[in-house]
Ligand binder design. Structure first.
Ligand SMILES: NC(=O)c1ccc[n+]([C@@H]2O[C@H](COP(=O)([O-])OP(=O)(O)OC[C@H]3O[C@@H](n4cnc5c(N)ncnc54)[C@H](OP(=O)(O)O)[C@@H]3O)[C@@H](O)[C@H]2O)c1
Length: 266
């Protein structure tokens, strides 16, 4: 039997990280499809610029538990239910694992893992049958990125949450979609909470980069089709399969990339 597609007209979507990058682009395509969107992030000004009359702005720092509760409570008191929860907000830490201070790592885990976990716990009781959770992970949640090992760790944890919840929530008819973007041109690298972003990792990676708008369009299509997993761009499936089938070869390639980074820093 063909899977039912998701119709977004008049659906209530709680979207985190909506103020810029992939989240802002997602907000626009959701609005275009007629969804009512609860826009969640810390930057009130940017959220207000994005919101239409039928949307809701929730200013919240998702590393803070009380703010996560407020995000769900405000959405429920405004709309009465949540049809789609999109856990998109995320931050990075780029540093050597053995030297990195733990405080920014804890903050990153709060935003990238504990916020999606708690938002799922808080939202699911208000999600009707046929609703959906979308977790925006990273290709770093399928293949370790050794220049940001602990960022990868947050996304591997999110990956486990996504795959486990999909099975756990099946009896409630709540679908769970995992999104694994490669390189998307946003301000993400400028917003890392600790360390220094690595530019020019490889010319190939830069050639594969896509815009936030393209990423949002592909996420929307995957949502409408109720896909399980979205890897964007699709060519990154090659890295995912290499990690499974030829882990030694992939490690050798990553070691060479790390040498390039170390040489450029010294
Ligand atoms: N860009 C890429 O190449 C790439 C690749 C793979 C995966 N991803 C993932 O895609 C998602 C979106 O990233 P992006 O590229 O769009 O990054 P971005 O442009 O830096 O946007 C990040 C969003 O998260 C919000 N955010 C950050 N910390 C927050 C906090 N403590 N509380 C509430 N909101 C917070 C930001 O809003 P405020 O600052 O206003 O709070 C912003 O709206 C992330 O999960 C990221 O890991 C990105």
């Amino acid at each position: 039997m063909p899977r039912q597609t998701l119709e977004l007209q008049n659906k209530v979507v709680l979207l985190t990280g909506a103020s810029e990058g992939i989240g802002a682009a997602l907000a626009r395509v959701l609005q275009f499809r007629g969804a009512r969107v609860a826009l969640v992030a810390r930057s009130e000004k940017k959220l207000k610029e994005l919101a239409r009359q039928e949307d809701l702005v929730v200013v919240a720092d998702l590393s803070v538990q009380a703010d996560r509760m407020k995000a769900v409570a405000d959405t429920i008191s405004c709309f009465g239910r949540i049809d789609v929860l999109i856990n998109n907000a995320g931050v990075g830490v780029y540093d050597k694992t053995i030297a990195v201070p733990l405080q920014p790592v804890r903050k990153m885990f709060e935003v990238n893992f504990f916020a999606p976990l708690e938002l799922c716990q808080l939202a699911v009781p208000y999600m009707p049958r046929g609703s959906m959770i979308v977790n925006v992970s990273s290709i770093g949640g399928k293949v370790i990125l050794p220049w940001a090992t602990l960022y990868s760790a947050t996304k591997y944890a999110l990956n486990a949450l996504t795959e486990g919840l999909r099975v756990e929530l099946h009896p409630r008819c709540i679908h769970v979609l995992g999104v694994y973007p490669g390189h998307v041109r946003t301000g993400f690298q400028q917003h890392i909470v600790h360390g220094r972003a690595v530019e020019d990792l490889s010319p190939f990676r830069n050639r594969l980069a896509i815009s936030a708008e393209e990423c949002a369009r592909l996420i929307l299509r995957a949502m409408e089709r109720r896909a399980r997993t979205l890897v964007v761009p699709r060519l990154y499936w090659f890295a995912v399969w290499c990690a499974h089938l030829f882990p030694g070869a992939l490690e050798a390639r990553l070691r060479r990339m790390m040498q390039g980074i170390d040489n450029s820093e010294s």
